[in-house]
Design a protein around this ligand. Structure first.
Ligand SMILES: [Zn+2]
Length: 72
């Protein structure tokens, strides 16, 4: 994967970097920005369409995968 296709985000302090920082104080997640389908860019919602989060699905999936699996 081309390094420009990914950015690295710290879900603790929200530092966003284009290159992984090995000595960052918190675990960082790699976000594949060019491969995010539309449903991954939207917040989680229930079967009736009520929003469950304000964060996009990709963020919830990478930081709280158990919660992402419960929503529709
Ligand atoms: Zn951090």
């Amino acid at each position: 994967m081309n390094s420009s296709d990914v950015f690295y985000l710290c879900p603790t302090c929200f530092a966003a970097l284009t290159q992984h920082e090995d000595n960052h104080a918190h675990r960082m997640i790699a976000v594949p920005i060019l491969n995010l389908p539309l449903d991954q860019r939207r917040p989680l919602s229930d079967a009736q369409g009520h929003l469950l989060t304000q964060a996009p699905r990709w963020f919830v999936t990478l930081t709280f995968p158990l919660h992402a699996g419960r929503a529709g």
